[in-house]
Design a protein around this ligand. Sequence first.
Ligand code: MCA
Ligand code: AMP
Length: 505
Amino acid sequence: MTGNNIYELFRSRFPADSTAVFLEHDRGELLYSQIEEETGLLAGLFKQLGVNKGARVIMQVDKSPEAILLYLACLRVGAVFIPLNTAYTANEVSYFMGDARPHLLVCRPQDYDSLLPHVKDLNVPHVMTLDNQGCGSLIEAMKDASSCADVEVCEGSDLASIIYTSGTTGRSKGAMLSHDNLSSNAKVLHKYWQWEEGDVLLHALPIFHVHGLFVALHCALLNGSKVIFMPKFELTAVKNNLLRATVMMGVPTFYVRLLEDSEFTKEMCSNIRLFVAGSAPLLSETFEEFEKVSGHKILERYGMTEAGMVISNPYDGARVPGTVGYPLPGVAARVVDEEGVEVSRGEVGGLDIKGPNVFVGYWCMPEKTAEEFREDGFFITGDMATMDVDGRISIVGRAKDLVISGGYNVYPKEVEIMIDEIEGVKESAVIGVKHPDFGEGVTAIIVKDRDVSLAEQNVIEFMAGKIARFKQPQKIIFVDELPRNAMGKVQKKELRDIYSEIYSK
Ligand code: MCA
Ligand code: AMP
């Protein structure tokens, strides 16, 4: 009996056929039957290293089957898995290590030297490497380990993972997700999106976010499905493999890029049963154009790190562009005013949610956690929405100051703090401006001291290596002053309007 460990749920769905493929990847295949073996060896290694139940394991590596095995092994032993975007710099990773206090860090071999001083400063007990070819000290040590056949008994409320989401104050918050959070969401999605025998998932998303790691992979695992596991979204490879897949999940940029390619055809999609989009708004134009070219209505859904998937267009019913559909079974959603009182149908308000998928809280930040929950247990998402008379929800904006670029969240405050450190900068405002490929492009509007000469290049050079590339502004604009309201608050909406065309083709 292994309680509510989600690994046990996955194991119960592994196909009986010992030759069934789990991951088809660029170096071969990983079979379902190998998951048990390989995670057993990793579990044995963890035992040796003292990576026990509740211990945190940080992973910052390229996408590979071995990285997925590391994730599954963490679940199996009850350790808390913390994946990090490979774009994060050593300084950023240092913050996460200081916050999460991991027992083990697994990094890319090429990052080892730059991370080591931080590992030493923070007394992280173990650091190991893993590259995209499945090699590294982790794999060497695993080969020598004696296998451990156990699956740790976990309560549903035990932590399975912490996923960091950037904070509005500039400090990242670790969203604590329990085994129950993950398994309840996986089961609902598997059913709601009507996974069926023979489904094959085309997986081109990164594995350090909820979308690629939990939503896509968990559905496939619960279905015992084959996954065409691609290192990243690469247009030609995706086109070449679509015909062999029945399901693809992606951020809107995936669909925009497919549409831009004149060689993308309806025939390539002839075996697809379901295209899912989310993580950022899917433009109605993209939905409509995609339907024209491929014959498929993309199913748009809404989610967030703190809750996994929350709202989805129906599988059978109408998929309406510009809307995200209805709360998933078991999930409650309401649109409220600033006091938390529900507004009338059709009116814009903040979106609150509640359900078994909603996270436990922010790691070591009880005050932040308390601030974001209402007294009746609803979580304040920070997104603005409307709800129709029939309960259909549209996301119409964000109350939180957040830019979403190609599905990656960038919190302006973090970037502004860094820009303001540059000598000669008086103040700055970072905004998201409509971008044809990424949805929004990170854009910095800077006021500099009069007598200082400062160019775009100086700002870019200052940021290089300090924060992840995707957070750095794609365009920098110098102005004499920032627009403010009577209270002195910078008017970001006005800035977004003024510069709305700068990325137009
Ligand atoms: C890469 N670059 C970016 C982004 N990605 N810049 C801004 N925004 C981005 N999203 C930069 C790189 O730093 C690099 O810059 C250049 O673009 C090319 O890098 P490359 O790796 O080749 O990029 P790409 O292949 O073009 O990647 C774009 C992408 C990728 C395919 C859209 O970003 C992606 O897979 N995004 C998915 C993110 C995701 O999974 N989000 C889910 C989180 P330079 O050349 O100057 O160095 S949200 C979530 O999980 C919730 C729960 C939800 O609802 O789903
Ligand atoms: P993350 O913190 O990376 O999990 O991002 C979650 C945020 O992405 C949400 O709070 C929304 O702002 C946004 N988001 C996710 N899905 C959608 C969608 N379908 N439409 C609009 N925004 C979305």
